[in-house]
Design a protein around this ligand. Structure first.
Ligand SMILES: [Fe+2]
Ligand SMILES: [Fe+2]
Length: 189
C-alpha cells in the first residue's frame, strides 16, 4: 500500500470520500482535532460579533459628534468584522459543527470586550485594544492549527491580515488626533 505510486491511490481516495460522505468537507486527510478547532472558531465568531456591535455603536455615536471620516472607518470595520463572522460560521458548518449565535454568553465566549467609550479618543482606543486582542488570538489559533487544517489556517491568516490593517488605521487616527491637539494654538486666559 505505501509503496504504490500516488496516482494508483486515487480509487482508494475516492472510496474513502464516499464512505464518509456525510462528513462533508472533512476527509481522512483532516488531521486537526476537529472539536477543538470548532470550539476555537466559535470563540472567534463570538469575538467578531462583539466587534460588529461595538463598531456599530461607535459609528452611530461618532456621527453624533461630527467626526465623519472616523465614523465611516468604524462602519467599514463593522462590515468587515461581519464578513469575518460569516466566514467563520461557514467554516464551522463545513467542519460539521454548528455556529453559536446565541446572545446568551456571547461576551464570555468573546476574546474582546464591548466598551462603549465616552468620547471619540476613548472609542478609538477601545477599538485598538480589541483589535490587538484579536491579532493575538488569531496568531495563536494559526499556530495551533498549523498544517493540520490548511483551509482553516488560510482563512485565519486572511482575517488576521485585516485585523492588522484595522489596528493600523486606528493607531494612525490616534496619532493624527494627538498631533492636531499639540499643534493647535492655545489661548491662555
Ligand atoms: Fe474581524
Ligand atoms: Fe478588526
Amino acid at each position: 500500500m505505501t509503496d504504490k505510486p500516488f496516482l494508483t491511490d486515487v480509487q482508494e481516495l475516492r472510496r474513502r470520500a464516499r464512505q464518509h460522505i456525510e462528513e462533508g468537507a472533512v476527509t481522512d486527510a483532516y488531521r486537526a482535532d476537529r472539536d477543538t478547532v470548532i470550539k476555537l472558531l466559535n470563540e472567534a465568531l463570538a469575538t467578531e460579533i462583539v466587534c460588529v456591535l461595538r463598531y456599530k455603536r461607535h459609528y452611530f455615536m461618532a456621527q453624533g459628534i461630527h467626526a465623519d471620516p472616523i465614523a465611516q472607518e468604524f462602519l467599514t470595520h463593522a462590515n468587515e468584522e461581519q464578513g469575518h463572522a460569516d466566514q467563520l460560521a461557514g467554516r464551522i458548518v463545513q467542519l460539521g459543527g454548528s455556529p453559536n449565535f446565541n446572545p446568551e454568553g456571547l461576551l464570555s465566549r468573546s476574546h474582546s470586550e464591548y466598551v462603549e467609550g465616552q468620547n471619540l479618543v476613548d472609542m478609538i482606543k477601545e477599538d485598538l485594544v480589541a483589535e490587538r486582542i484579536a491579532i493575538d488570538s488569531y496568531t495563536e489559533m494559526i499556530h495551533f492549527v498549523g498544517d493540520d487544517d490548511i483551509t482553516t489556517r488560510r482563512m485565519l491568516e486572511s482575517i488576521l491580515a485585516v485585523e492588522e490593517e484595522h489596528a493600523d488605521d486606528l493607531s494612525s487616527f490616534l496619532a493624527d488626533m494627538e498631533k492636531d491637539w499639540t499643534q493647535r494654538p492655545r489661548t491662555t486666559g
